[in-house]
Design a protein around this ligand. Sequence first.
Ligand code: FAD
Length: 306
Amino acid sequence: MAEICFSDRMRERLTLSFEVFPPKTEKGMQNLPSVIDELKEFLPDYISCTYGAGGSNTGPNREVLRIIAKKTVPCTHFTCIGVTKDQVREQLQSYLDEGVEHVLALRGDYPRGWTGTGGEFDHATDLIAYIRKEFGDRFEIAVAAAPGGHVDCVSEDVDISYLKMKQDLGADYIITQLCYDLEQFKVWRDKVDKAGITMPIDVGIMPVTTKHGILTQCFSHNACAVPRDLALVLTHHWFQKDPDGNEIPEVKAAFREEGLTYSADLLNRYLPLGINGIHLYALNRAADVREVLIRSGFGDRFRALL
Ligand code: FAD
């Protein structure tokens, strides 16, 4: 059994966690330990590391997990993209050998032009079943869920039925996809409760820092509702280039400034909704996370919970 069980902990108190990704450059990798050090100051329960399509960044993912493990508990993301059952077993065993006992089991986003996973598993459900069959309860398993429904889902209700299946197959807790619309979150949360899903919910929050990031994440990668207050942040600082096409740094800075205050407020608006954890998509930018935690006051309130 995993030494630390976050799902149990989440039932006792709110958790705080961060998500980082394997840097693409050597310089980024060299810089990562100091990023993790800065994140560590907020005493997170765990830090997770993303996993690239088809295992394209397996080496760097491992390296990042080793860096995290020196400071706090690591959790790896793992996908079904392009992997056979044997590869899944080998890779997960080597995570265990390196002390990584927490996994976010995902289908993964299809690489551009693909119409399937290209592997032996089609869905996260297949991966969860396989992990439990091969490894028993040696891993604690987190799963993804999108309030309002996954971008490709048939309907929100059907999507929730697959979430229930994840629970029945042995998943331990949920980390949510971006959701800036709290009314949508509440409706989804009610349906999740009614479906008999009791897994704790770790709410994923991506700090609002760039126009491109928000547009891509909300509209291109996910079908994510943009409520009026977020739309205002976008429109206040929409024109970020001068007539010659040059970027205007002041407008980008003003966007980040308003976005960070919006994000801090969003975090505080989530807290009364009976959630079990806050999972900040840190995107390797500790300064953004710091701002959100300080502006919301949650950084200090969280320390007081421990
Ligand atoms: P699934 O649960 O398989 O769902 C995908 C779709 O299939 C949904 O529409 C669902 O309704 C449907 N479905 C589910 N189960 C079944 C079934 N058994 N039969 C038929 N239909 C089914 N992607 C990466 O590539 N790397 C990462 O590191 C990564 N990290 C992420 C971290 C978080 C917190 C989140 C929320 C997402 C992350 N993703 C990552 C993105 C994720 O891989 C995508 O959202 C992907 O499109 C779906 O993954 P899933 O695990 O929800 O898939």
